[in-house]
Design a protein around this ligand. Structure first.
Ligand SMILES: Nc1ncnc2c1ncn2[C@@H]1O[C@H](COP(=O)(O)OP(=O)(O)O)[C@@H](O)[C@H]1O
Ligand SMILES: [Mg+2]
Length: 444
């Protein structure tokens, strides 16, 4: 059943869900376009433009994916969401840190559901949104042609299918009234970035709506997506809906999946990503697809500026330079504060050991006592005093449902920043970080 469903998605040719990962050292791709010294200047410019465009399309750190062609991993989660909706008629809550691929995966889920004749509405929340704003946004995203009854006079100003909702302040049961107002039978409503909504009442009303829809077995299912550690944190405490909602936490990618992401992008952009460069980026990304895409894009631009078609060490250095310089200021400020502008070498070493330490599939790590004055932090001994400084600065947070010893970085990419700084700043350290041997032995 699931194979049939997944077949609706446009996997890369020759690769099906569950197939073995791509070999890590496939032959270099054919050059995208030939370069020749005798080409006229205009042609050279055209070729360069084409290469830049291909690179930009292959590595998209600032855009969620829209097709499965470039999706690395995620088969399990994709299958779980589809099974929840199709076989269990359950609503879904998907959560993870920023940059882990939530919106990308949801785009593919939506594509698969549309192929199965679902009407799929989506809305990305803003901080000030309330229940009304979310529901109206969802309806506006649906094409008007789905309305069973044409819009009435005076409703022209309404966008998409907003006319399916009554005027005035919306109530929970207004969602039930949507059934019958559409040409299609089954509807999925995707609410992305739900963590941004600050209004507690809106969370409760959305949870109430899910409960009501489930109780009446209505053919409308919600997918709620956001930054969170768990379902309750995102949707609020609402014990009676637990049965009707399937939780889909999104783990980090594995190093193999990160390398597959890089290899696939390289083939698409017509460039060569040597194994050592892929290992190095996987060691810095530590499972975060955003970081892998970012470093690959900048390394690619540097390679093009050199007039080459193969990523070299100098390109990684350049990519690191840019990624560090353009990092989220909250992350770089935190690093500067903790390390006193980089002068506190003990703190720098501690951060590096933590960022390279043992983490679980969600990037969380364990902190436990390890003798007087010492702790075991992410599997490595560290002075308790240094750890306390991280706690005091708000650089780490306890993971709500993981017991007293489980922690995560407060800023999702802080660990990546620490590793990128180390690789950029310290020559010995850089040699270590950028060598394949080191990257393959990084604990996960
Ligand atoms: N499975 C994946 N394979 C390859 N790239 C991915 C994958 N998931 C996410 N990305 C890339 O990572 C970046 C962040 O993804 P996005 O879906 O926006 O994350 P989120 O919604 O969790 O913040 C984007 O550049 C996207 O293209
Ligand atoms: Mg997103």
């Amino acid at each position: 059943m699931m194979q049939r469903l997944l077949a609706h998605i446009d996997w890369p040719p020759g690769r099906r869900p569950g197939s073995a990962p791509e070999p890590s050292s496939s032959p270099p791709p054919a050059p995208l376009l030939p370069s020749h010294p005798l080409h006229a200047d205009a042609d050279v410019t055209d070729v360069e433009d084409a290469r830049r465009t291909a690179l930009r399309k292959a590595f998209t750190p600032t855009h969620p994916l829209r097709s499965a062609r470039r999706l690395a991993g995620r088969r399990t989660q994709l299958a779980r969401v589809l099974r929840a909706m199709l076989d269990e008629s359950a609503h879904v809550v998907m959560y993870a840190e920023r940059g882990r691929g939530k919106t990308s995966l949801i785009n593919l889920v939506s594509e698969a559901l549309r192929a199965l004749a679902f009407m799929v509405g989506s809305y990305s929340c803003a901080a000030e949104d309330d229940f009304d704003a979310i529901l109206r946004g969802l309806m506006r995203s649906l094409p008007r042609s789905l309305l069973a009854v044409p819009v009435q006079q005076g409703e022209d100003r309404l966008l998409g299918c907003e006319a399916a909702l009554p005027d005035g302040r919306l109530q929970t049961h207004d969602v039930l009234g949507l059934t019958g107002r559409f040409t299609g039978r089954r509807m999925v409503l995707v609410v992305d970035e739900f963590d941004r909504v600050t209004d507690v009442a809106t969370r409760t009303r959305l949870a109430d709506t899910i409960k009501l829809l489930s109780d009446r077995a209505a053919p409308i299912l919600f997918i709620i997506v956001g930054v969170s550690d768990n379902l309750e944190e995102l949707l609020g405490r609402h014990p009676s809906i637990q049965r009707n909602v399937v939780s889909v936490p999104l783990p980090l990618l594995t190093d193999t999946e990160i390398e597959a992401l890089l290899e696939r992008g390289a083939q698409e952009a017509g460039l060569v990503f040597p194994p050592a460069a892929r290992y190095a980026i996987a060691g810095l990304a530590r499972g975060v697809p955003y970081i892998a895409q970012l470093l690959a894009l900048h390394a690619g631009y540097s390679m093009l500026r050199r007039g080459s078609q193969e990523i070299a060490r100098a390109d990684l250095d350049e990519a690191l330079e840019i990624a560090v310089a353009e990092a989220d200021p909250r992350v770089s400020r935190l690093y500067e504060t903790l390390t006193e502008g980089g002068r506190d070498t003990a703190m720098r070493a501690f951060l590096r050991s933590l960022a390279n330490g043992t983490q679980d599939a969600f990037g969380r790590f364990v902190v436990e006592p390890a003798g007087p004055g010492f702790l075991s932090v992410a599997g490595r001994a560290a002075p308790a005093e240094l750890w306390q400084r991280l706690v005091d600065a708000g650089a780490v947070r306890r993971c709500g449902d993981g017991g007293p010893h489980l922690f995560a970085m407060a800023e999702a990419t802080f660990g990546n920043y620490v590793l990128m700084r180390a690789a950029r700043d310290g020559p010995e350290r850089r040699a270590e970080t950028l060598s394949p041997v080191q990257a393959t032995t990084v604990a996960r």
